[in-house]
Design a protein around this ligand. Structure first.
Ligand code: SF4
Length: 85
């Protein structure tokens, strides 16, 4: 990204991690992405399609998922990337 949306600065994408129901794979998926890339990201962004999904996630809301990821990784999580309508 060139600093648009909720990206404050031009950013480099280290990895995309896909969520799969019921959401338990996200944290190990992030761990694997960090291991393979050998990069600890400055921030983790939850996609807008996940954050703004209607109907919402029946397992974990985006805020809860963000809290879990922050707790497990110690990395700041930003909920949503772009304000698309
Ligand atoms: S519905 Fe929830 S658990 Fe399933 S993929 Fe979407 S965010 Fe992940």
């Amino acid at each position: 990204s060139l600093g648009d949306g909720t990206f404050e600065n031009p950013s480099h994408v280290v990895a995309f991690v896909k969520c799969e129901c019921p959401g338990r794979t996200v944290v190990p998926g992030i761990g694997m992405a960090m291991k393979l890339s050998e990069i600890k990201p400055d921030k983790i962004y939850l996609s807008s399609c996940l954050a703004n999904a209607v109907p919402g996630c029946p397992y974990t809301g985006a805020k809860d998922l963000a809290n879990i990821i922050e707790e497990k990784t110690g990395i700041e999580v930003v909920v949503g990337t772009h304000d698309y309508h």
